[in-house]
Write a protein that binds this ligand. Structure first.
Ligand SMILES: Cc1cc2nc3c(=O)[nH]c(=O)nc-3n(C[C@H](O)[C@H](O)[C@H](O)COP(=O)(O)OP(=O)(O)OC[C@H]3O[C@@H](n4cnc5c(N)ncnc54)[C@H](O)[C@@H]3O)c2cc1C
Length: 567
């Protein structure tokens, strides 16, 4: 370690994005300091409830997917979304989502069970998720997690970055120095301001009152199979309710009209009772209240030299599709992978240009999907007789229930958000055509460079993703295994750490249309073709290797995973 630096990377903010960025740096040999103002293991407020399949795939790489899947709702609690006239009222629609136990046993039914992935989505509130991530980060030798410290200012020069830090308990001041800085410091990001980035988009889409309550009487009052989410429609107040612990804690989102928000005219507890379907004497305790504004904002730049921003620091949008944290984690791991590659010595500084080129367009796309979905829901016409008895009302409820299911399946089983995006415009992707279009709920599996390599199971029951190396992997889909392995070794010797994975004996999906692919650790295809690239020196530089990187700087051996063959 050069004594000018306290660590190689300074991560401002120990929320989910900063923690995953730190884990990714550490797992690639880089050292990181995470500076977080809140105390260790202090849970955040109840916000995110959905961990996407793509994020679970990241957790699998870090060996924490099982811990996360075991947290939150009891294992057997359904993760369904029900459509009802109030929490205790009539149910008129339901989207099935398997429980954690059903997922583990490979069972259950619902629109996402057929997804090609080793890790299906999981519903768990951020209050449970973050302490799991914090414990893992705290246990890793290469990460110095410092809680209870606030970053007051950040600066950079030709050789590094400096943060001015205050201990929030003692008031003691100090500085921390590193080579690069990741601002994962949330929506009010100090780092975003320091790089002069501006948010642009739609600053106000909706005003929401969120109330976290505890009520043992509430679960008992509902005569139905429990659900994770409940969408309530009635003529008094629409809202959404999420089961937090699967027993007696619920998060209730109350949606306000623009006029109500402006006039401050909503009786919070009457609105809550209208959504729950209970009277004024019904017992519940308020655990927290938060009023927030749904927005669609993306920063106009994600980087200034040694400073980068990720997660809510770089983008904010309405949580339709449940993709704020999930997109942020994708930013964090993408960025950390490129920084770690440069720090490892084999990648050139130009590798750092990939982060904004890859993530900024995707976050813009996701923000528009989320806003578009909110607008579609707003436009859905709820029948005025939704709560009335009688055949006519039954029919209206059934019709509206079918519409609600059809409209919302795309956000609760958002295959497109998970697997549809592509990095084909990146400087370290060798594009050979346009990636297929995707929507929130749909995508076309593809190996067009930039896309996520479609998932396949190996014969030993593990995932092909488990066999990918830490940096790049030459995947033999239908070519010559010996030639592929030799090419991977030659690429490694030329400076691009490349593992080898042989899938040729498997029956691969049609999307594997070439003999070979080069796939990154994050499962995105970097190149594909039937002929292995002949000019290895030029090719490895195209994927990020330094011109002089004829050996791996940190160690004699390639840092890619052990080459493995499909059993
Ligand atoms: C109601 C609601 C529901 C949501 N549901 C979902 C969902 O289902 N799925 C989903 O993916 N997303 C969801 N989100 C969004 C999700 O909560 C955020 O996108 C996510 O928390 C962002 O993570 P982050 O690490 O970027 O920022 P944050 O979680 O805000 O973490 C930033 C951290 O930085 C720390 N920090 C800030 N400034 C400083 C400083 N100067 N010094 C030291 N520390 C600092 C903060 O204390 C904080 O811990 C939801 C959001 C809301 C409001």
């Amino acid at each position: 370690m050069n004594y000018e630096y306290d660590a190689e990377v300074l991560v401002v903010g120990g929320g989910p994005v900063g923690l995953l960025a730190a884990m990714t740096l550490e797992s690639h040999g880089a050292t990181a300091i995470v500076l977080e103002q809140d105390p260790f293991l202090q849970p955040p407020n109840v916000k995110c409830n959905h961990v996407s399949s793509r994020t679970m795939e990241v957790f699998r790489r870090h060996g924490i997917a099982d811990d996360v899947r075991s947290a939150g709702l009891p294992a057997e609690h359904p993760q369904d979304v029900a459509f009802r006239t109030s929490f205790v009222g009539q149910e008129f629609g339901r989207i099935r989502i398997p429980s954690a136990e059903e997922r583990r046993n490979g069972g259950g039914s619902g629109p996402d069970v057929s997804w090609a992935t080793p890790e299906h989505p999981h519903r768990v509130n951020q209050t449970y998720l973050e302490p799991i991530l914090e414990r893992h980060v705290a246990s890793r030798a290469g990460i110095d997690l410092r809680n209870g410290v606030r970053v007051d200012a950040v600066s950079q020069d030709d050789s590094g970055v400096t943060a001015a830090v205050t201990d929030v308990v003692t008031g003691a001041q100090s500085t921390v120095r590193a080579k690069y800085l990741i601002g994962a410091d949330g929506g009010r990001s100090l780092v975003r301001k320091a790089i002069g980035a501006k948010f642009s988009g739609d600053p106000v889409l909706q005003h929401v009152q969120s109330t976290w309550i505890r009520s043992t009487a509430l679960a008992a009052a509902r005569e139905a199979i429990p659900s994770w989410g409940t969408y309530v429609y009635n003529t008094r107040r629409n809202g959404h309710i999420y089961a937090i612990n699967g027993v007696d804690e619920f998060l209730v989102h109350t949606y306000l009209t623009a006029e109500e928000a402006e006039l401050g005219s909503v009786d919070r507890h009457q609105a809550l009772r209208d959504i729950l379907g209970v009277d004024v004497l019904f017992p519940y305790a308020v655990l927290s209240e938060e009023d927030w504004v749904a927005r669609r904002l993306v920063a106009d730049k994600f980087r200034d030299r040694r400073f980068f921003i990720a997660g809510d620091a770089a983008h904010l949008w309405v949580p339709m599709g449940g993709y704020g944290m999930n997109a942020g984690i994708a930013d964090g791991v993408n960025l950390a992978w490129t920084i770690a590659a440069v720090l490892d010595g084999w990648a050139g500084e130009h590798m750092l240009d990939a982060y904004a080129a890859e993530r900024q367009p995707i976050t813009e796309q996701v923000s528009r999907f989320a806003m578009g979905h909110l607008q579609k829901l707003d436009a859905a016409d709820m029948p005025a007789n939704i709560e009335l008895p009688g055949e006519e009302a039954d029919l209206a409820r059934a019709r509206f229930g079918a519409l609600a299911e059809q409209l919302n399946t795309q956000q609760f089983a958002a295959a497109g958000l998970n697997y549809g995006y592509s990095y084909h415009g990146s400087p370290i992707i060798v594009a050979d055509g346009a990636a297929p279009e995707y929507t929130m709920g749909t995508y076309t599996p593809s190996t067009v460079p930039g896309c996520r390599m479609p998932h396949v199971w190996l014969r030993d029951g593990s995932s092909a993703y488990d066999g990918l190396g830490k940096w790049y992997t030459l995947v033999n889909a239908a070519g010559d295994a010996d030639a592929g392995a030799a090419w991977a070794a030659a690429a490694t010797a030329a400076g691009l750490p490349t593992a080898f994975l042989d899938l040729a004996e498997l029956e691969l999906p049609a999307a594997f249309s070439t003999e070979y692919l080069i796939v990154r650790e994050d499962q995105h295809v970097a190149w594909r073709g039937d002929e292995l690239p002949a000019n290895i020196t030029a090719f490895v530089q195209r994927l990020g290797a330094r011109p002089d990187a004829t050996q791996i700087a940190r160690g004699a051996a390639p840092t890619a995973a052990q080459p493995r063959l499909a059993a």
